[in-house]
Design a binder for this molecule. Sequence first.
Ligand SMILES: [Mn+2]
Length: 327
Amino acid sequence: MQPNRPYEAGYAGVGLTYGRVPFAIDPAEFADADVVIVGAPFDEGVSFRPGTRFGPRAIRQAEDVGAPAGRPNMELGIDPFTALRVVDAGDVDVAPAFLQQSHAALRARVSEVLAADAVAIVLGGDHSLSTPVMQAIADRHGADGYSVIHFDTHADTGLDDTTPHAIPFSTGVKEGFLLGSNIMQIGLRGNWPYPHEFDWMREQGFRWRTMSEVVELGIGAVVREAIEFARARAPRTYLTIDIDVLDPAFAPGTGTAEPGGLMTRELLFAARAIASEVDLCAMDLVEVSPPYDHANITAMAGHRVVYETLSGLALRRSGRPARPERS
Ligand SMILES: [Mn+2]
């Protein structure tokens, strides 16, 4: 089902699927899909400012291209919407104020996508959604069957079990659906995690690059390191991107902004490079909070991070080298 006219201006129409791809809510329709987009509009897991329940809709509506205009990726020379069959399954059936029930719905939905051998791309929603996403991946491939590349200001490895969006990666290790030695985190800054939490992360084998290390080494070197790390640890990779890894100048619309982060162009490069060089099983883009956004800056960044991920995935599936448009 296609929610728009065959040809429609970028500002017209309901435009409620990501990139105006076909809507496919029945899991039977996932069978021939390469990628299934899933919205997870809940924010009961946050520690500070809620609002990410409005994220999936804002990211989808950040589209500014008509349908079905071509969207060839200038840096790769491939159009992901032509090279891949991408469908949008809409949002999971969330239960207001019942985070566990919303998590269960997302775990079930991602399991259906993985069972169809498609890549799940989840639009958040707060970062607690990584818990059901990783549970679904581990259900299918085992805890040792996947690695994680995680972009974030915060490590989300809280040890007090109180705030759901601050603990998915510690919970995963404690409950056995994530191996601590299989995760690399990029962009950490600010004051948290605290030293005792970093000690725990070291003990579990976590790897990370702080924002200062990214500045010193360069985003290219850090992304290369992450790709090699992920490929060495497991046959497939889960890419999870908290939009607050961006500087608030580039992503003001988020709940726990922290100055001193990545530029949007660096994150777009990273998503494109990683998706073109690892075998992704799932990806998510979390913590876009439209009530704090200005001029759709953050929603647009989230939309484009997903687009670059799709582009990299399309290139990898094509089996050919990139053909960037150069003079
Ligand atoms: Mn996070």
